[in-house]
Design a protein around this ligand. Sequence first.
Ligand SMILES: Nc1ncnc2c1ncn2[C@@H]1O[C@H](COP(=O)(O)OP(=O)(O)O)[C@@H](O)[C@H]1O
Ligand SMILES: [Mg+2]
Length: 263
Amino acid sequence: MPAIVELREVSVRRAGRTILGPLDLTVRDGERWVVLGPNGSGKTTLLSVASMNLWPTTGTVEVLGERYGRTDARELRRRVGFAGSAIEAAMRPDLTPTTLIMTARHGAFEPWWHVYDDADRDRARELGERMGLAGHLDQAFGTLSAGERRRTSIARALMPDPDVLILDEPMASLDLAARELLIGDLEALAREPRLRALILVSHHLEEIPAGFGHALVLREGRVLAAGPSQDVLTDDVLTGAFSMPLTVEGHDGRWTARMRRDP
Ligand SMILES: Nc1ncnc2c1ncn2[C@@H]1O[C@H](COP(=O)(O)OP(=O)(O)O)[C@@H](O)[C@H]1O
Ligand SMILES: [Mg+2]
């Protein structure tokens, strides 16, 4: 299987400190990865590099066989859908989900001078409905609930029909029901062969959708473990990552973790 996302010896330095790496990551065709780690362990930085929104201090980034920096980054970035709270913060509160989803076709946030036709609008509404936004598509973004905003940003990421989808904490601040519904939607996306690779950041093992067969655990910017989920999501790895004795269990492709209280 060819590599879809390949990071080699990537590191990111900020304010005189290495906040990520050096690390390697290879995501192959068809793989679905979850990235776990405590607050500040570098998850968002890793996704920013992999989605080509951040230039690493060292190392190389290859996506879909093209080297970041050697080809037209705008064109390559269009093939990578990215959603997360950073993107939502850039969305104008008075625009509707339909407009915000539709404008992703040109990588824009506002209609500006781009020309959109009925097919673009129909596709935006179809994606919005598929992400559970029926009934909210003409409501101002600023009046949506956290879950509806998250669904808007994921539908937006899907608008250009990307080959790669990268999601930063899609379940953050959702209530239990919204979380479970979104997990179901992500499981459906994970089954779509059209998406060559999917990378998801999460804080909680409970949020990992079934079908995510690979995991990477970060601690202080370094890879503590990476590979098939059943090898990575273990008591030892998670205990090391979070500096707390943890017991991990997997059932039907879903996971739980809790503190181990020794008698
Ligand atoms: N631009 C920056 N300048 C200085 N430090 C930064 C910058 N961006 C991120 N960091 C720091 O790098 C670390 C990793 O951040 P981040 O990737 O956002 O972690 P995570 O997403 O795992 O919570 C954090 O300690 C954060 O404060
Ligand atoms: Mg983060």
